[in-house]
Design a protein around this ligand. Sequence first.
Ligand SMILES: [Zn+2]
Length: 88
Amino acid sequence: MDKHRNADGTYNAIGALAAIVGANYADIGELADQVKANHAKLNACAYHEFEPLITAPPGRARYGCKHCRGTIDHHAYYWHELGRRAAP
Ligand SMILES: [Zn+2]
């Protein structure tokens, strides 16, 4: 794990995670980029309207916003719907 330590004592999260799960750096980096892109879409959206994604495997439901195309898991969807406000 020391080889993933930065000069300031913190860790390179992508390198550390790749070592922990046995994946390669490029795959974890690509996953991290996808997560960042998804968060950027969600944060830039004025009003989400989530609908179930038919490609989600059973027990791992995900929802996609029809405006920003950001996606969330079932837990985020549950809490989002509890705090739902009227459309602007
Ligand atoms: Zn949205």
